[in-house]
Design a protein around this ligand. Sequence first.
Ligand code: 57M
Length: 359
Amino acid sequence: MIYHLLYPLHTTFSSFNVFRYITFRTIYATITALVICFVIGPWLIRKLQSMQIGQQIREDGPQSHLSKKGTPTMGGVLIIFAVVVSTLLWANLTIDYVWLILLVTVGYGLIGFVDDYLKLIGKNSKGVSGKTRLTIEIMIALFVSIILYIKPGFNSQVTIPFFKTVLPNLGWGYVLLSTFIIVGAANAVNLTDGLDGLAIGPATICFATYLMFAYFAGNVKVSTYLQIPYVAGAGELAVFCGALVGASLGFLWFNSYPAEVFMGDVGSLSLGGALGMMAVITKQEILLVIVGGIFVIETFSVIFQVGYFKLTQGKRIFRMAPLHHHFELKGWAEPKVIVRFWVISILLALMAISTLKLR
Ligand code: 57M
């Protein structure tokens, strides 16, 4: 909104020319989302408490989690609200990528909201059935992937890290890959969100990384210099990522150990879906495996644990999956597991950024 209202006045007030710059609007999208979380966060936590929207703790989890019973959850609504308001305020709303990624962010948030609501208020502990959730997630991802595929100028080539000339063109197959990435990222973040700040920390790091990738991909000079695909309009998603970084840091203020609020599936599915979309639109699809390596490791720990459990009729690779529970049961204090995962996430992000030069 601000871009559309104030930039045109730069002919009268020359200082308003600053609203043209993506860097300026990204910084203020970040600050706006952060301030929204600071202002609304305390009120929301009190509201969730008064509505008794408190986390139920499974008996079969780490005993240390039992004390978390009743912690307000569904705090992800704060993240989504802050991101949507800040993006609508600061982004150039004529760029269709902005609306597509907001559709996924809000759509996946709604899936998580209904699941959380049924589990916590509807007293249906199972929430939405796994099959129903997955079907709706796939439908939303498929819809936006088809829109992207038929969008003039969007190419169906896949960028392979380290190999600048290897750009396999998947054709319609790209729609399936894109769908898989969005749905996979959403569920990977969902699985990871099992300790205070464990998901929001790496998510913040991932969005800060994809903020850079969006700016690079949307800038014809930088993308040519780096020899990465040029995606006209992708630069505006740096503003969206700025809003996400601000909202994530704002949420972390309350979700840091000991957490005053959990994000709920409304937050984890929403963040993961947005992350998958960022990987697809910036044409850094495979690089998400490195940038979001913490989410990938956590997901594979579950896949290997469940697979091995079934293969060996009850044996386990880890003391418990996902991997964060394994370290908890090894005796690591919760904050130590969390911060060490953040450190690994930062390392992975730096490695991913370096691949842009190692090609
Ligand atoms: C998402 N949800 C947390 C909170 C958060 C197949 C299996 C691996 C599935 C997996 C599962 O159910 N995952 C669901 C993880 C839950 O957090 C809520 O869920 C939202 C995110 N979706 O926002 O609302 C619990 O996590 C803790 N938590 C915090 N701080 C936070 O900031 O402490 C969350 C956020 C919360 C709270 O205790 O209640 C979760 O862990 O369920 N299942 C599991 O992850 C279970 N693992 C398991 O079953 N392992 C078995 C399988 C693989 C064979 C094994 O290894 O033997 C664990 N989860 C729980 N108890 N709660 C262990 C059992």
